[in-house]
Design a protein around this ligand. Structure first.
Ligand SMILES: Cc1ncc(C[n+]2csc(CCOP(=O)(O)OP(=O)(O)O)c2C)c(N)n1
Length: 639
């Protein structure tokens, strides 16, 4: 019977949900889907993945005793329906806004988020750790990892399964197979899952459902074992998982609660050791515009619920990502050794455009950043010029590969590091804060940061021309500055900076796109009577020590500015200054970097305010340094 008052209004947390009889769950799932669509239409964010797991979310919270039973959502971008059901419905329209809910799972946000995520493929490892801890403490709760088929392409997922199969602790892994990553999934695993579904197994799931319903009406308790045997009898696939020590159940239709609930109940009651439940879902399910879209509305801006049309503000300038793609395509048309590599982010990195132009020279390796880097190294040994286009935050995964497979052998792999600096709504998990620090320590590396889009084009050309070792180029998310673009970039002289404006006592030495803010701050300082020089370092390695020595000779105060954490450009300049004796005299030196904390999601501009790296705060910090109190605006309090 369909209830007239929304069931969702009665659900504050999963304990309320568990009061509902199973026959009400269909209605609840429909309401939850609508609420998710309505909320994301106002906030923007990840939509397709959440819509695909609405029934799974309802079923999991009904069958399992959360939060004592732990649900670990891989990536966490599909957890909006989970957030609505777990005490956060009243804040769901603050998603991804400053001070609002995170777009991912976050321990600090809720007891129902036992593990924070945003980077993929961590769920099975974390779940196994929790399962082992539980057994050591002789507790009896369940631990459930929900991982997508895309996330299943990462090595970490296999490392975890390999370990789980050997340890044999009770653990449930739900493989949420929607045949999509952000782009269509790639690789042999994806083909294997498709084969499992195309066999007679999945087709006969309808038969399974009928059987289960019959068992259910008889009472599930006594029939649990029979159901399990029945379900397994239908499973002709899953061999790979079974070989790894998992008990494989499925495939199960993840949108049909009558299929899903008994399987979950059964595994909860009888599961022993690691079990993998293969659940088949559709990304964007139940919302026609999402289902029809090629990306299944993976990530959306605000949209009209009726039409599904997203409100995209028409940008004044192209994005840095698209300028990178344009530059790379142009370079590749002159040099057939240039190839592009992405780790499951073709559209995010702009390599989808490169693939359109050069389908045979673009490689999507799946969510596999470590492999992407060593794969690039292999290509470089054969004389290719691989561009590994990876976000700063995801490249963290491949640190040893960068050192051991690339830099130590001095292989000319080109790193195109997108999303440098603070990224806004995706928050601290996606911030590109660390690459200058973590790459700066690595011998043989040439490191550059683009200050604007023309510089970006020049630096891509520089990377193509520079074949003597690895190089990395960083550039931020979002719109560039609107400069007219050349047809093709011009290679820069390695290790040389450029002077933007020459002034008096103060000098800003900028690395990256904070240059714009440094110029604004310099203009304000001019107005205060302090003419200020501004220099774009362009390179962090090799450092332009001749230029820095000159600047030190000509200024009283040198201030470095960058959108990265301590340990990056400013630290390298400080190291040079101290070792060359420049700090022994009267020079005032300061290094403006991101603060040593994680800055929560907000607009990029607010985040940079907090970091003290917008012109207003740069100006204020210089005033403080120069002892001029009156001109100082108040510095924001850092979290
Ligand atoms: C290490 C890492 N690389 C890349 C990403 C970007 N990313 C976020 S979601 C996603 C696709 C995940 O696909 P899947 O696991 O199948 O989940 P679905 O979105 O289909 O539900 C990717 C590549 C990431 N989060 N982490």
């Amino acid at each position: 019977m369909v209830s007239s008052t929304p069931l969702l209004d009665r659900i504050k947390d999963p304990a309320d949900l568990r009061q509902l009889p199973p026959e009400d769950l269909r209605q609840l799932a429909d309401e939850l889907r609508l609420e998710t669509i309505s909320a994301v239409s106002e906030t923007g964010g990840h939509l397709g993945a959440g819509l695909g797991v609405v029934e799974l979310t309802v079923a999991l919270h009904h069958v399992f005793n959360t939060p004592d039973d732990r649900i670990i959502w891989d990536v966490g971008h599909q957890a909006y329906p989970h957030k609505i059901l777990t005490q956060r419905r009243d804040r769901i329209r603050t998603l991804r806004k400053g001070g609002g809910l995170s777009g991912f799972t976050k321990r600090a946000e809720s007891i129902y988020d036992p593990f924070g995520a945003a980077h993929s493929s961590t769920s099975i490892s974390a779940a196994l750790g929790m399962a082992v801890a539980r057994d050591l403490m002789e507790k009896d709760n369940h631990v459930i990892a929900v991982i997508g088929d895309g996330a299943m392409s990462a090595g970490m997922a296999y490392e975890a399964m390999n370990n789980a199969g050997a340890l044999k602790n009770r653990l449930i892994v739900i493989l949420n197979d929607n045949d999509m990553s952000i782009a269509p999934p790639v690789g042999a695993m994806s083909a294997y899952l498709a084969r499992l579904l195309s066999g007679t197994t999945y087709k006969s799931v309808r038969r399974l459902a009928k059987g289960l319903t019959r068992f259910l009406s008889d009472g599930i308790e006594e029939k649990a074992r029979q159901i399990e045997e029945y379900a397994r009898g239908l499973a002709t696939g899953g061999t790979l998982f079974e070989e790894m020590g998992f008990y494989y159940v499925g495939p199960v239709d993840g949108h049909n609660l009558e299929h899903l609930m008994p399987v979950l109940q059964n595994v909860r009651k009888t599961g022993d050791g690691p079990t993998l439940i293969h659940v088949v879902t559709k990304k964007g399910h139940g919302y026609a515009p999402a289902e029809a879209a090629s990306d299944k509305y993976h990530g959306v801006s605000k949209f009209d619920v009726v039409t599904g049309v997203q409100s995209k503000s028409s940008p004044a300038a192209p994005s840095y990502t698209s300028v990178f793609a344009k530059a790379l395509i142009e370079e590749a048309s002159h040099d057939d050794k240039v190839v592009g590599i992405t780790a499951a982010m073709p559209s995010g990195t702009g390599l989808d455009k490169f693939a359109d132009a050069f389908p045979n020279r673009c490689f999507d390796v799946g969510i596999a950043e470590q492999h992407a880097v060593t794969f690039a190294a292999g290509m470089a040994t054969e004389g290719f010029k691989p561009f590994a286009a990876i976000y700063s935050t995801f490249l963290q995964r491949a640190y040893d590969q960068i050192i051991h497979d690339v830099a130590l052998q001095n292989l000319p792999v080109r790193f195109a590091i997108d999303r440098a600096g603070l990224v806004g709504a995706d928050g601290p998990t996606h911030a590109g804060s660390f690459d200058p620090a973590y790459l700066g320590t690595v011998p043989n590396m040439t490191l550059m940061a683009a200050a604007d889009e023309v510089e970006l084009m020049n630096m891509v050309a520089t990377q193509v021309a520079y074949d003597d070792g690895p190089s990395a180029l960083r550039y931020p998310r979002g719109e560039a500055t609107g400069l007219a673009l050349p047809v093709r970039g011009t290679p820069l002289e390695i290790g040389k900076g450029r002077i933007i404006r020459e002034g008096g006592r103060i000098c800003f030495l900028s690395y990256g796109t904070r240059l714009e803010q440094a110029i604004l701050a310099a203009e304000r300082l001019d107005a205060e009577g302090w003419r200020t020089s501004v220099v774009d370092a362009r390179f962090m390695k090799p450092l332009d020590v001749d230029l820095i020595a000159r600047l030190v000779g000509e200024h009283e105060t040198l201030i470095t500015i960058e959108e990265s954490a301590i340990g990056g450009f400013g630290s390298h300049v400080a190291h040079y200054l101290s070792s060359a004796g420049h700090l022994d005299g009267n020079l005032k030196f300061r290094s403006l970097v991101l603060p040593d904390c994680y800055i929560d999601h907000d607009t990029p501009s607010n985040m940079y305010d907090l970091a003290g790296l917008n012109s207003e705060q740069i100006f204020a910090q210089v005033c403080e340094l120069m002892g001029k109190g009156s001109a100082q605006p108040t510095l924001p309090k850092r979290a």
